[in-house]
Design a protein around this ligand. Structure first.
Ligand code: SF4
Length: 703
């Protein structure tokens, strides 16, 4: 396989899976990807995980959409009932002209009859920056409102809300590679060996060099083996635990007084608030003894350089914003931002969730997080977008849009590369909402669960079949290059969006992604000094970037924050219960997430031969002691039930799970974890509480 004669050509690009953004080289033989090697990108230095190395044959799967499809007049009622290998009972083939006319015509009819508010859009963190930018522009310009969102709402919306509020920027303050300059790191609510595997290799190397790793999570995941301290706290008690740690730092005056005076505001109110959380009072609640909390506090406060990494175990709660506020306050207390080896780093999930958010695929903000409520911002975009009036009112978020569909207020949707029929909480409700639409346009590479409900399906290109930029968790803008042609008549997403926009009456003349990128630069300070030519030559540039030969800044905010007077803010956080606490009927806690081999709703990885062979079926992980108590062997079928519904799947023994918990990955349609999850939202980030639902386990098949 290493023989250069074994391939015809190679193309350098970026992995399409997680937010680490590993650079790789596609080895092409007979116009197919024969294999993949890691290359020397800034985030991976030649490394790849199992998905990046073996997860690309999905692009050749027989289920690929190769022609546009239109729902047949005599199709059965909309539901999750289409066989992807035989869609012809529900759909018929169409030409691109007919399909685009039908797709745009249906949306335009709704706009004329009910007004622009009757149509909304879900874009995708799997598409390029340019595609995300065009998508949000189409909704804002074509329908005159801000009802456009994407899956950032379901992963780190609460982290971004807290960062914007307290630091003034939603991105990381330091790259994860900066851990090599730290002497202590906290990883909380994140399972990087499964979800950010290449980043996890840097964390393990850090420990080998003598770094102190403190892991905090209700599940004892893979990184536990490398941790100097493992705080397996009770689910949902993050604020209590973190406030107790900060109480010690305040009580023992271990904080960095000079930093607090020079770079922050709100310390005195925060100090008064935190006095109510002594470790001895919080220990029972969070399940961590007071001495351990005190030890961790002292270690963090005495570190020369300390970093905090977090994942969706922090963000996917109704108190997700409060959780992130605590982490920000902890770093501010000890001055651990803006120096080498220090910083805040929410590990972003999807490959381009950072870039799609930066590009404005969010209902409250335009590109670069510029608020729709700011008249100067609206004027800037009115100028760049040839007179388009931007609406002042923030749009609805993902779950709010689903609810508005269910109520009949939103009647048409344009969905590009998202799969809400699998990814949304209380997914039966989401599916009913999709079925109720008058007109649904889905643009994707497979007939996804969401496409089951579509009126028009537009076949698009997989990541190795397109050119465009993406931005990883490190703020590194990277160049993705087309390696192979898309199958059949499938087109790149940006081209399809442009065709729809023209049919909706917009005067768009984009003919390359580069042209879109250049327009983005007109409104996005984050792209200053980053040019298409530079990206073609250098492959990756970190923002912010200070000059045309600057590779960009790995660490930011050493000289102040992009907030009033350059100061970051302490925001006190109260302890709140999860939206649904266990009771007699539902005594256990369900938590959901990803797994190493499968990506999100499984549309790609379940069609990747090696990955699906490694993890072919849905399982629910429980502690062996819990299985024994239930009288169940690993591999036997169990039913997990919440107030939303029940699913049946195989039991899996996992010592890392607490005895009162169940973990189910959400990649398997035959046992869709989101049938069970709670749609209650964090009030600030509007993120659902995927990480905590009260559940019960029934032995055997569905009742
Ligand atoms: Fe791809 Fe993430 Fe794995 Fe890197 S760590 S190869 S970006 S899935």
């Amino acid at each position: 396989i290493g023989d250069s004669k074994a391939y015809d050509r190679e193309v350098r690009s970026v992995c399409p899976y997680c937010g680490v953004g590993c650079q790789l080289s596609f080895k092409i033989k007979d116009e197919k990807i024969a294999w993949v090697d890691g290359v020397d990108g800034p985030a991976n230095e030649n490394r790849l995980c199992v998905k990046g190395r073996f997860g690309f044959d999905y692009i050749n799967h027989p289920h690929r959409l190769t022609v546009p499809l239109i729902r047949r007049d005599d199709a059965p009622d909309k539901g999750l009932n289409v066989d992807p290998s035989n869609p012809w009972t529900h759909f018929r083939e169409a030409t691109w002209e007919e399909a685009l006319d039908r797709a745009a015509g249906g949306l335009a009819d709704l706009r004329s009859y009910y007004g622009g508010q009757s149509v909304a859009g879900f874009g995708s963190a799997k598409c390029s920056n340019e595609e995300a930018y065009l998508f949000q522009k189409l909704i804002r310009q074509g329908f005159k409102h801000n009802n456009v969102d994407h899956c950032t709402r379901l992963c780190h919306a609460s982290s971004v809300a807290a960062l914007m509020e307290n630091v003034g920027s939603g991105a990381v303050t330091a790259t994860f590679n900066e851990i090599e300059n730290a002497d202590l790191a906290i990883v909380i609510g994140s399972n990087p060996t499964e979800n950010h595997p290449v980043a996890a290799t840097y964390f393990k190397q850090f420990v080998k060099r003598g770094g102190e790793l403190i892991v905090m999570d209700p599940r004892g995941m893979g990184l536990k083996r490398h941790a100097t301290h493992m705080l397996q706290f009770r689910p949902g008690t993050d604020v209590a635990m973190l406030n107790a740690i900060m109480h010690v730092i305040v009580e023992e005056k271990l904080y960095d007084r000079n930093y607090i005076e020079g770079f922050t505001e709100g310390f005195f109110e925060f100090r008064d608030h935190i006095r109510a959380f002594p470790p001895e009072r919080m220990a029972d609640l969070c399940g961590i003894d007071a001495e351990t909390l005190r030890t961790v506090a002292r270690k963090f406060a005495s570190a020369r350089g300390a970093m905090i990494f977090w994942g969706m175990g922090v963000s996917q709660h109704i108190h997700g914003t409060d959780n992130a506020r605590c982490l920000i306050s902890l770093a501010l207390l000890c001055g651990q931002i803006g120096r080498p080896g220090s910083g805040l780093h929410p590990l972003r999930g999807q490959n381009n969730v950072q870039g799609a958010s930066d590009a404005g695929l969010i209902p409250q903000v335009l590109p670069d997080y510029q608020s729709v409520a700011d008249p100067e911002v609206r004027e800037l975009f009115r100028h760049i977008w040839q007179g388009t009036e931007i609406q002042e009112k923030p749009g609805l978020t993902v779950v709010e849009i689903i609810d508005a569909m269910y109520r009949g207020e939103i009647k048409g949707m344009y969905v590009m590369g998202e799969n809400p029929a699998m990814s949304d909480p209380d997914v039966e409700h989401a599916r009913q909402a999709l079925a109720s639409l008058d007109h649904l346009v889905v643009q994707d590479i497979f007939l996804t669960e969401t496409a089951n409900f579509a009126d028009v399906i537009l076949p698009s290109s997989a990541w190795p079949e397109k050119t465009g930029t993406v931005t990883n968790t490190n703020r590194q803008v990277q160049m993705g290059r087309k390696a192979v042609d898309a199958p059949g008549e499938a087109r790149e997403d940006w081209e399809i969006t442009v065709e729809l926009a023209r049919r909706l009456g917009l005067d768009w003349d984009y003919d390359t992604p580069r042209m879109v990128f250049n327009e983005m630069k007109m409104s996005m300070r984050s792209l200053h000094h980053i040019t298409w030519n530079r990206l073609e030559n250098e492959n990756a540039i970190t923002y912010p970037c200070n000059s045309n030969d600057d590779p960009g800044q790995a660490v930011v905010f050493g000289d102040g924050f992009p907030r009033r007077a350059g100061r970051a803010k302490f925001t006190p956080a109260r302890v709140t219960s999860p939206a649904e606490v266990p009771d007699e009927k539902f005594p256990m806690i369900l938590t959901t997430g990803r797994m190493l081999e499968h990506w999100h709703t499984g549309s790609m990885t379940r069609r990747a031969g090696t990955l699906d062979a490694l993890e072919p079926e849905a399982t629910a992980a429980l502690h062996p002691g819990t299985l024994k108590m239930l009288g169940v062997e690993a591999g036997e079928m169990i039913t997990v039930e919440t107030r939303r519904g029940q699913i049946t799947l195989a039991a899996r023994a996992d010592r890392a799970i607490a005895k009162d918990m169940v973990f189910i990955p959400f990649a398997f349609v035959e046992a869709a974890a989101n049938t069970l999850t709670n749609p209650q939202l964090d009030p600030f980030g509007k993120i659902p509480e995927f990480k905590f639902s009260a559940c019960r386990v029934i032995v055997g098949e569905q009742q």
